[in-house]
Structures are given as structure tokens and as C-alpha cells.
Ligand binder design. Sequence first.
Ligand SMILES: [Zn+2]
Length: 172
Amino acid sequence: MRCPFCNHSDDAVLDSRPLDSASVVRRRRMCKICQKRFTTYERLEEMPLMVVKSDQRREPYDRNKLREGILRACEKRPISMDTIDLIVAEVEYSLKDYVMEISSRAIGEKVLEKLLEIDQVAYVRFASVYKNFSDVDSFLKEFGKLEIQTQKQSARNRKKEGVSAIRRRKAA
Ligand SMILES: [Zn+2]
């Protein structure tokens, strides 16, 4: 576990006890580096994380389902399988912070964050499926976000180009 104070991951468990639901364990830990104490809540492996859907129905988190959704959005886009697996792994890693359940919306947002950095077409495809654009307004809102991001990106690229131009000149 990462120490919330110094970020090292070397700790000792001082105390471990199940919470009343018994599927969650509360552990008192002490960081071996900075000696500070912190508490973690850990879900037992055999207890699946539940995903709460928009209609409030719950289903166990399913990695394949997540992967398929991303694959569909990335179809025929220049995105390698490695990249897709990386997105799945990163989204899954961020789920560790959730003990019992997470909304499908929250998972979708995490995927969108990743896709936005990688491929705009895949991003819009995923957004249209998962957000279920029911009206023009919500679609335009999403599209607005995309434009802002594109502007930021091209500003960043311009900056980068500027820097390498200076470097080149110095080297010459
Ligand atoms: Zn520490």
C-alpha cells in the first residue's frame, strides 16, 4: 500500500479486522519510511466490486465487458491492442479506491479521460454509447469539451515546436 504521506509502499500492518459486512477489511498500517500511520479499507478478492447502472440495477464488475466497450470504440482506429489493454489496466487500477460499488458513470468517465488523450474519434464513439446522447444539447456539450482539448493540445504542440527550434539553432 502506498503511504499517503510520503508515497512509499513499504509498510507494516498493525491491526486487521473485518468490518460488519465481512467482505471488507480495515487495516491499520504504519509506513516504514516516515513512520506515520494510516488506515486502509480493502475489499476481499472473492467479493466482486458491484457496478451500479443508471437504472440502479447492480452487476459485478466485468473486465471483459469494459474491454469490449473500449474495443468497439477503437474499431478501425490506429490504436494498438497494447494501448487498449493499457487503458483497461489503468482504469482498473483506479477502481482499487472503490470498496463496495462504483457507478457505471464513474467508470465511463475514467475511460473517456484516457480516450481523450489518445483518439478523438474513439472518444466520441465511446461517449455516444455510454452517455446515450438523448438530445442535441448533451452531444454539443461533449463536443465542446473536445474542441477545448484540441485547442490545448495544439497550443502544447506549438510550444514544443518552439522549444525544439531554439535547441536546433543553438546546436547549429
Ligand atoms: Zn510514509
